[in-house]
Design a protein around this ligand. Structure first.
Ligand code: CU
Length: 170
């Protein structure tokens, strides 16, 4: 009788000790899973692909753009309308921090010969596309500046009242 109780006890010990190693591979799996999940994120943070559209309705389809500090920003602007560049031209101009958007836009009106980019304000611009008309596109590439909020606009006369937004660097 004593022998059977002993062997039962050993069997229980073996079973419980077997349960130990069984749970270990499972915990190892959960440890490797987050590492795999962060890999695509790290890859994505290398560059930010932004597409912004503007049509004959004088509107951008984006009023907020979010990127991460130091990212390579590849931005494409599409003019989805039909109006010629002289009547309904669009561009994307990203202003440096602290630059008053309305003041900049007012000066841009006098810079028709330079696609409404005032030459004296180049230092106040982080990046800008060329001025495009209906059906046209332009792409630019630049490095996202330091963390903070920046403003962007279309500098064609009168457009910035409607065509502007916040460029957020996180
Ligand atoms: Cu415009």
């Amino acid at each position: 009788m004593k022998k059977t109780i002993l062997s039962l006890g050993i069997a229980t010990l073996l079973l419980t000790s077997c349960g130990g190693p069984d749970t270990q591979p499972a915990s190892q799996e959960t440890e490797t899973a987050p590492a795999e999940a962060t890999a695509p994120e790290a890859e994505a943070s290398a560059e930010a692909l932004i597409t912004i559209n503007g049509g004959d309705d004088m509107k951008f389809d984006l009023t907020e753009i979010k990127v991460k500090e130091g990212q390579t920003v590849k931005l494409t602007i599409n003019h989805t309308g039909k109006s010629p560049v002289t009547a309904m031209g669009h561009n994307f101009v990203l202003l440096a921090q602290g630059v008053a958007l309305s003041e900049f836009a007012n000066e841009a009106i006098n810079a028709k010969d330079n696609d409404y980019i005032p030459a004296a304000r180049e230092k106040d611009i982080i990046a800008h596309t060329k001025l495009i008309g209906g059906g046209e596109s332009d792409s630019i590439e630049f490095t996202a500046p330091a963390k903070g909020n920046y403003e962007f606009l279309c500098s064609f006369p009168g457009h910035s009242a409607m065509m502007k937004g916040v460029f957020i660097v996180e």
